[in-house]
Design a binder for this molecule. Structure first.
Ligand code: NDP
Ligand code: HSE
Length: 434
């Protein structure tokens, strides 16, 4: 049987999982793919650390270029992460005519246009399945299973760390910092956890999904991004009392003219399927014009689930190489028509959860609802939370759920409410899933 050589850049959490998986399921893979997948070289900066998987020390090196330039390496697997050395090495590998598999969403979200063009020019495969959804092969779903659909919307819980933190904040009333530490200890968080909790990791994945769904390179700069760092425990609990869970959601929606690409904490009704996605699990709900709603669920992070998707990509690249037809599956397939415009956040329509600390005096609630009405924001429900004991310095929390409204109108109303001196602190505004 023909052998196919893999060279690994980065022997960290995912890299070690890939080597372990390739070794454990070697025979099975060989039968399914028709080639024996062999790890020929592994580069990492630290060769002394125990990676929890046995490898021949002779294949280890600190020199990543020795891996790329090794003639026995057919497929370069980049698992270093980030946009520094990883970008240089992926570029060099593609220019050297090597097929590349990567899980690096930051690289593809920020430099995708450049990297995909290089792969096209070099006529080699670039697979990136694990860049979104960890163990969920959602990239493959969009490239293959749903290829015949016009995608109408994608709603995704795409960051395991945030979902884990939100679940523990809701279920155990755990403070944000403590929940983050637990997620880091479990190996879910990026080395810079700000990428997770400030929403950028989700946004990286969202622009990759949006690019796949709508056929143009959606730049990171057009994604609206809000993370969960400043989310107050009290809003998690109020949302729960009202029958909602707060999820960090990627919302991607196209109407044929414009596309929305946004990431923010979102109230999801408890009976919606996405509300039951807890802990490190991710899920993506995709609506196609032919398929209707479809749902994909699984572990969005971690050594083995991510390795599963990386190995799936290695298998596809190996099949393409065996068949002598690289570029079998196009990266971001550009549509020939004009790219869609990305809708500004101020122009979106959503339902909103508003929490205001309203001054506890006669008429202030009336003033507040009048201002909302003046801006065309219709109220679905209002409730004053807590009794006298809940009042702090004469202010009382009032939670309002609106009907569908335009973001710019809600913002204008909140600005006027602030100026009217009827609230004690900045209002909290969270979007709801329609
Ligand atoms: P890790 O930090 O665990 O692993 C990266 C490894 O690369 C480290 O061992 C690091 O060494 C090594 N490295 C750094 N610089 C070089 C270099 N110049 N040459 C060779 N090796 C180098 O990251 P992960 O395994 O968690 O993530 C890898 C990629 O997978 C990232 O793009 C990440 O976003 C993505 N990903 C991760 C998931 C997860 O659950 N962890 C899920 C989905 C995607 P050292 O630590 O000593 O610096
Ligand atoms: N830090 C990421 C997460 C890893 O928590 O989802 C998977 O991309």
């Amino acid at each position: 049987m023909k052998q196919m050589g893999v060279g690994l850049l980065g022997f960290g959490t995912v890299g070690a999982g890939v080597v372990d998986g390739l070794q454990r399921n070697r025979e099975l893979l060989a039968h399914r793919i028709g080639a024996d997948i062999v790890v020929r070289r592994i580069a990492d900066v630290d060769l002394s650390r125990d990676r929890g998987v046995a490898v021949d020390p002779a294949i280890l090196t600190t020199d990543a270029r020795a891996v790329i330039n090794d003639p026995s390496v057919d497929i370069v697997v980049e698992l270093i992460g980030g946009t520094g050395i990883a970008r240089t090495l992926v570029t060099e590998a593609l220019k050297a005519g090597k097929a590349v598999v990567t899980a690096n969403k930051k690289l593809l979200a920020e430099y995708g246009e450049e990297i995909f063009s290089l792969a096209e020019e070099a006529g080699v495969d670039l697979y990136f399945g694990a860049s979104v959804g960890g163990g969920i092969p959602i990239v493959r779903v969009l490239r293959e299973g749903l290829v015949g659909n016009t995608i109408q919307s994608l709603f995704g819980i795409l960051n395991g760390t945030c979902n884990y933190i939100l679940t523990r904040m809701e279920n155990e009333s755990l403070p944000f910092d403590e929940a983050l530490k637990a997620a880091q200890a479990a190996g879910y968080a990026e080395s810079n956890p700000s990428l997770d909790v400030d929403g950028f990791d989700t946004a990286h994945k969202a622009v990759i999904l949006a690019s796949l769904a709508y056929g143009f390179h959606v730049p990171m700069s057009v994604a609206a991004v809000e993370g969960i760092r400043s989310l107050a425990g009290v809003d998690v609990q109020f949302a729960r009392e009202l029958g909602y869970r707060i999820k960090l959601l990627a919302v991607i929606r196209g109407d044929g003219t414009e596309v929305e690409v946004r990431v923010h904490p979102t109230l999801v009704a408890r009976d919606h399927m996405l509300a039951s996605v807890s802990h490190v699990f991710n899920a993506v709900m995709v609506r196609g014009d032919l398929s209707g709603d479809t749902l994909y669920y699984g572990r969005g992070a971690g050594r083995e689930p991510t390795a599963s998707t990386v190995i799936g990509d290695i298998g596809d690249v190996a099949r393409n190489l065996l068949a002598g037809s690289p570029r079998h599956s196009r990266g971001i397939a550009k549509l020939s028509s004009e790219p869609l415009r990305v809708r500004a956040l101020s122009a979106i329509h959503s339902r909103y959860y508003l929490r205001l600390m309203v001054v506890d005096r006669a008429g202030s609630l009336g003033q507040f609802t009048t201002i909302l009405g003046k801006h065309g924001v219709s109220i679905h429900a209002v409730s004053q939370k807590g009794g006298a004991e809940a009042q702090e310095g004469g202010f009382v929390p009032v939670v309002t759920l609106t009907h569908l409204a335009r973001e710019a109108d809600v913002d204008a109303a909140l600005a006027e409410i602030r100026a009217a001196g009827i609230v004690g602190e900045d209002p909290v505004k969270l979007r709801m899933l329609d």
